[in-house]
Design a protein around this ligand. Structure first.
Ligand code: PEP
Ligand code: MG
Length: 855
């Protein structure tokens, strides 16, 4: 290519065909993003050869990880994107062989990517390959296009020249003041996905400085959440922060803090599951099911529970958009009015959602999209090129969806729902059609191919008995929202779901993972009766749950909740938790690349203490190892990790971890609200060593208020030695899950042993009785925080053995309290004595079933 000066503001460059084939105008591409020039201007080539070659001299600035596209920067600074075929990102690199890497200098004609045209052609929409000058820091005019004819590789296809207009103001311009940069290791376990990106972009917008985040060969405007997500940066990656302007340093501090500390992102994000997604239902409609025959469809249980109700299929109406509209100024105005309307609606919905709830967080991420400068900027640019507001907006959204899908990261792909949702919301506002209010039948079981968060949020949640989705994953945002409302949900039911007609009687069983349409009358009546009875019972129990729990003789039993993090507090309090009997502090340590700092821990514990509004909070120190591995601890390889370095042993092996955690807990105000519990104590010397460290930390902090330091009893030796340990521990809390595992020598995670791994086995009950006897000698209280505390009848037996505190899963608290309130200490003790004499867990269950049949 030869630069020349020809009446433009800078040197004109000539771009040669990187492929031989038919040169086609971009406007003819079957892809609104390329056809709408959203990404830039140029020409497409329908290739007849299989090697993409450099269209001019330059530097490779980006090679997409799917190897189907790359960009090359010319001497004048234009970025030329070459994209082999359409939708080829979905091939994930299959059929492409790159010959270059990002950063490499190339000469015109050098081979860049080879591809197997025959195999690719059958699997994608088109092999038409756009060659475009991307809209970037500087704008270039494309001229002298060769199109509508055959071109050979190396033949000129267009010229480019930089525009004379001054570059736009903003982060993309050359910095007015010196740039400051900082390398930061990304600690957000889930990577830069929607929510953290939204928070970071919001923080960046709070500063005047131009801020950017660079990762590998990409650089994203920090004010743009979609650009940040497009970086594809994952936990452990080092990104470079760049800022310029008066408040560059504080801006970097703020962004660095968000990137490097996680700040609760991890708590809000569900643990990754393999997200099952059923095949997309076929377009051709299958006939509805025959009302005379019961049909059973299988799905994946996403939110447990059962529902009997009426099928209510919900369809997502397409909002059609015309490509062309009025004058650009009018379309611009239309888009920005729609964005403002969407923004106002989202703010109102966020205001209505409980603070800190999943709904509020998800809607907050949507708000960040609506305000996203890159998304809005891309749409504005398309409008300026003569397209309608709706066309421009949907093109901008689709492009971002492609980018997220192209990252090949499941979690990111799942989050494209949020973009689709925001896209739809704004399109609806552009169309001026209000979303029709949906009138649900009583006990509606929603059936949908997939459901978007805003569609769900717009429905009256109290009218929804259940949800079944043909597609969807267990970690989708709709599932998170349904779980927070306790609505039984099945996902991945498959295309058969579309055959369930509106009004069909259905039984959704998210325990068994089935949806029955037109069930037999007898099954329907039986299930209906049991679901109704359970619901009525639950409502009565919930009504009374807030009050303290006392037995009929006045004995006080504290019923607290197990918490896995801050997000669990509202549910726990709503269900009558009298405090937290087990905060599994692992949530702060898992899915990270280093341990959280003392300050991060302190801030989190303080928020949890405040969230509990003065109620007691028992924080269990880190229980890592075995089934809760933390790679950054570098635990030595062990043949049998369940019997190796785990629980308190890790804290004693790495005392700096335990020390930081003690310090963080002791700093929480008011002093005394928090108690501390050590996991997996097996030996007396472990308590002594931990207490010595604890006393040291207290002395360092000058902490004088009394703080209880208790232990978990989850190893048989601790139960058998309880009388000795009680002299040194302020309280016991029985971890029946591990106590069962270690007593029965059955791996708690082994599905083959799940049925026998029963905490009501008399061997476990005897160890609990021994623990209570030992504690009594030193006037220590005993609680239970393992799974059996959540079973009402088992809770009664535990009380009968001498337990006075139960820490259960929040949903079980109302039922546990309800049963205990009907019993006396004598009643409980009598049944416990009989249970201790039985020979198997089954026999204990039988006894309890016979004693309290109504529960
Ligand atoms: C237990 O073992 O019973 C317990 C409560 O601890 P975790 O389940 O967290 O191991
Ligand atoms: Mg345990």
């Amino acid at each position: 290519m030869s630069p020349d000066i020809g009446g433009q503001a800078g040197p004109r460059e000539t771009v040669m065909a990187p492929l031989a084939g038919w040169a086609t105008p971009l406007s003819e591409l079957p892809d609104p993003v390329f056809a709408g020039l959203v990404l830039g201007d140029g020409v497409a080539i329908d290739p007849v050869d299989q090697v993409l070659r450099a269209p001019c001299d330059g530097t490779i600035t980006m090679l997409h990880r799917a190897h189907h596209a790359l960009t090359l920067r010319t001497a004048a600074g234009a970025d030329i994107l070459m994209h082999i075929g359409l939708d080829t990102v979905e091939l994930n690199g299959v059929g492409f062989t790159p010959h270059v890497a990002a950063g490499q200098q190339v000469r015109q004609g050098d081979a860049l990517i080879s591809f197997d045209a025959a195999s690719i052609a059958g699997r994608v929409k088109s092999l038409l390959s756009p060659v475009i000058v991307t809209a970037g820091d500087r704008t270039f005019t494309v001229a002298n296009r060769s199109q509508g004819r055959e071109v050979k590789t190396g033949e000129a296809i267009f010229t480019i020249a930089p525009d004379s207009a001054a570059p736009e103001a903003g982060w993309t311009t050359a910095p007015a003041s010196a740039e400051v940069t900082r390398d930061v290791v990304l600690r957000i376990p889930t990577g830069l996905h929607a929510r953290p990106a939204g928070l970071i972009s919001a923080a960046a917008r709070g500063f005047q400085a131009d801020t950017a985040v660079a990762f590998r060969s990409s650089r994203a405007n920090a004010r743009s959440s979609v650009s940040l997500m497009g970086l594809g940066a994952q936990a452990g990656d080092t990104v470079t922060l760049i800022a310029s302007g008066a408040d560059a340093e504080p801006a970097l501090d703020a962004i660095a803090a968000l990137l490097s500390e996680g700040h609760g992102f991890e708590a809000a994000e569900p643990a990754p599951h393999p997200a099952p997604v059923a095949a997309t239902p076929k377009a051709e409609p299958s006939p509805p099911f025959d009302p005379g025959t019961e049909q059973v469809l299988s799905g994946v249980a996403a939110v447990p529970g059962r529902a009997v109700g009426t099928a209510f299929p919900l369809h997502t109406d397409r909002v059609d958009v015309a490509e062309y509209g009025a004058e650009p100024a009018v379309e611009h105005d239309t888009l920005h009015r729609a964005l403002a309307a969407a923004q106002a609606a989202l703010q109102a919905e966020i205001g209505r959602a409980p603070a800190g709830s999943p709904q509020a967080e998800i809607l907050g991420a949507h708000l960040a999209f609506v305000e996203d400068p890159d998304l809005v900027g891309a749409a504005d640019a398309t409008i300026a090129a003569g397209k309608s507001a709706g066309f421009a907006w949907s093109g901008a959204i689709d492009r971002q969806i492609d980018i997220l899908r192209g990252l090949g990261i499941d979690r990111m792909a799942e989050r494209t729902d949020d973009l689709r949702d925001v896209g739809r919301r704004v399109l609806q506002a552009i169309s001026g059609k209000a979303q029709e209010a949906v009138v649900l039948p009583p006990r509606a079981v929603l059936l949908a191919d997939d459901l978007l968060p805003s569609q769900f949020a717009a429905l009256p949640s109290d009218g929804i008995a259940g949800i079944a989705l043909a597609r969807g994953g267990r970690t989708s945002h709709v599932v998170i929202m349904a779980a927070s409302l306790g609505i039984p949900t099945l996902v991945a039911v498959g295309p058969g779901l579309a055959r369930v007609p509106e009004g069909a009687p259905v039984i959704l069983d998210a325990e068994a993972g089935t949806l029955r349409a037109f069930p037999e009358a007898e099954t329907l009546a039986r299930t209906e009766a049991s679901v109704t009875a359970a619901r009525e019972r639950a409502a009565t129990q919930l009504h009374a749950a807030a009050a303290d729990c006392r037995l009929v003789d006045g004995t006080r039993i504290e019923v607290a909740a197990n918490l896995g993090g801050e997000a669990d507090i509202p549910e726990a309090l709503a269900r009558g938790a009298e405090g937290c009997g087990l905060l599994r502090s692992e949530f702060l340590f898992l899915d990270r690349v280093t341990a959280p700092s003392e300050d991060v821990q302190f801030a989190t514990y303080q928020r949890i203490a405040e969230g509990l509004q003065g109620r007691p909070l028992i924080i269990r120190t880190l229980d890592a190892g075995a089934d809760k591995p933390l790679p950054y601890l570098d635990l030595p390889p062990e043949e049998n990790p369940a019997l190796g370095l785990r629980g308190v042993r890790v804290g004693l092996w790495r005392p700096e971890l335990l020390r930081a955690q003690f310090r963080a807990i002791l700093r929480v105000q008011p002093a005394g609200q928090c108690r501390i519990m050590l996991p997996m104590i097996a030996l007396l010397e472990e308590i002594r060593a931990a207490r010595a460290l604890f006393d040291e930390v207290r002395a360092e902090l000058g902490h004088t208020a009394p703080v209880q330091l208790g232990i978990m009893v989850e190893v048989p030796s601790a139960a058998l030695m309880a009388a000795t340990l009680a002299a040194e521990a302020d309280f016991f809390s029985i971890g029946s899950n591990d106590l069962t595992q270690y007593t029965l020598a059955m791996d708690r995670g082994n599905p083959l042993l799940a049925r026998q791994m029963d905490g009501l086995h008399p061997a476990i009950l005897r160890l609990i009785a021994t623990t209570c006897d030992g504690a009594r000698r030193h006037k220590r209280w005993v609680g239970v925080c393992g799974g059996i505390a959540s079973l009402p009848r088992a809770a009664a037996v535990l009380v009968g053995l001498g337990v006075t505190e139960l820490s259960a899963t929040a949903s079980a608290i109302p039922a546990v309290k309800a049963l205990l309130r009907t019993l006396s200490t004598q009643d409980c003790a009598r049944v416990a004595r009989r249970a201790l004499q039985l020979d198997s867990a089954e026999a204990v269950h039988r006894l309890l079933g016979e004693t309290w049949p109504e529960v």
